[in-house]
Design a protein around this ligand. Structure first.
Ligand SMILES: *Cc1c(COP(=O)(O)O)cnc(C)c1O
Length: 375
């Protein structure tokens, strides 16, 4: 006979209780990969690269397929060196993450907790809310200005309890861009003990003349962290690789709570190759610029539809006429295109549509044109 522990005899058996701030999290909703009924469809819901992965990155990944038994380099030294050389920044101030999602979480984890506040703009990236609540901090949402980050509104939210401010630039899901001057003004208005996290997941899609100055700020200021990802233009979303760059003490604090072997060996090698494949990156950027402009014009020409001007690889389309966003979402699904409808992010009248191949964009325009004229 086994003796039951005293716990089993506790009156009124209870289940483990999540912390209240964990209970309060609305789970992250990923872009769907299959249509209703499990049908295969074209996925324009997660801002992935329509050209897939570059050949050099694929080859580097494949070369690691036979060595699966050893742990990866915990410090990702070769990857951080490659990033440092490519961007002209100090490798020892780069932290690698399981996607930049991990880096965003590490910033909250190292610098905020119960009783602290984390601020970001309305329609900011949905991970910011989760990153704040996960550590027990209170998310503070500043009003937007025409779907974009309003620096004055964000600064007005800052209190002595604010530990972290997140800004995505360009922002997801709106595609809006905050200029270099506005980023500098935001930074200048923040107390120096508040960490400004500038999330540049889409920075490679900017026109060559656009630079928000974030890397330069992170190089010189004591309280600026930049995050980047290999998931978007570099075409490595499946491998989960991102990085951050900031002041040495900020990076050191984040390393303490980073998972030790957080980026795979094949992923590290693939990322280095992707970084050096300038032709693939430029082809992806140029394609996106062309078709984003064309697609935006087409949407603006349809009755009741309007786009939020985008600098990213997706466009937020507002449905303000007879054709509603939900109906358009379902109609596109029936036509074989999965896009992102975002009622959970306060955008029930909008769809976020990733810029795909030429054929895909023409197909989406044809389907929406038919729906808009029938509505
Ligand atoms: C896609 C995205 C990320 C990063 O994703 P990872 O795959 O985790 O690197 C970060 N921020 C924004 C705004 C994004 O859209």
């Amino acid at each position: 006979m086994t003796k039951s522990g005293s716990g089993a005899n506790r009156p009124g058996m209870t289940a483990p209780a999540p912390k209240p701030w964990i209970d309060a999290i609305a789970p992250y909703v990923p872009g769907r990969a299959t249509a209703d009924g499990g049908r295969k469809a074209i996925k324009l819901s997660s801002n992935e690269n329509p050209f897939g992965t570059g050949e050099a990155a694929k080859a580097a990944y494949a070369a690691e397929a036979r060595s699966l038994d050893r742990y990866p380099d915990a410090g990702a030294a070769a990857l951080r060196e490659a990033i440092g050389a490519h961007y002209g920044i100090e490798a020892e101030r780069v932290i690698h993450g399981t996607g930049s999602d991990e880096v965003l979480h590490l910033a909250a984890g190292a610098f905020a907790g119960v009783g602290d506040e984390i601020a970001y703009a309305r329609y900011g990236f949905s991970v910011y809310d989760i990153a704040a609540r996960r550590v027990g901090a209170t998310p503070i949402v500043a009003p937007d200005k025409d779907y974009a980050t309003d620096v004055d509104a964000l600064l007005a939210c800052v209190t002595e309890r604010t530990r972290v401010v997140y800004v995505a630039n360009p922002n997801n899901p709106t595609g809006t861009y905050t200029s270099r001057g506005e980023i500098a003004r935001l930074h200048a208005g923040l107390p120096s003990d508040c960490l400004l996290v500038i999330d540049q997941a889409y920075t490679e899609y900017l026109d060559p003349e656009d630079d928000d100055g974030a890397l330069e700020l992170a190089r010189t200021a004591p309280n600026v962290l930049v995050t980047r990802t290999f998931s978007k233009i570099f075409g490595l979303a499946a491998e989960r690789i991102g990085w951050g760059y900031g002041p040495a003490p900020v990076i050191a604090a984040m390393h303490k709570i980073r998972a030790p072997f957080n980026v795979t060996t094949a992923g590290q090698h693939a990322a280095i190759a992707a970084l050096r494949d300038a032709a693939f990156v430029e082809r992806s950027r140029a394609h996106n610029a062309t078709w984003r402009a064309w697609f935006s014009d087409q949407m603006d020409a349809l009755p009741g539809l309007r786009v939020v001007p985008s600098k990213a690889n997706f466009v937020l389309v507002l449905f303000e006429g007879r054709l509603r966003a939900e109906a358009a979402y379902k109609g596109l699904m029936d036509a074989g295109y999965i896009v992102r409808w975002l009622p959970g992010q306060g955008l029930p009248d909008a769809l976020r549509i990733t810029i795909g191949t030429e054929d895909e964009m023409r197909g989406v325009v044809d389907a929406l044109t038919a729906m808009a004229s029938a509505a």
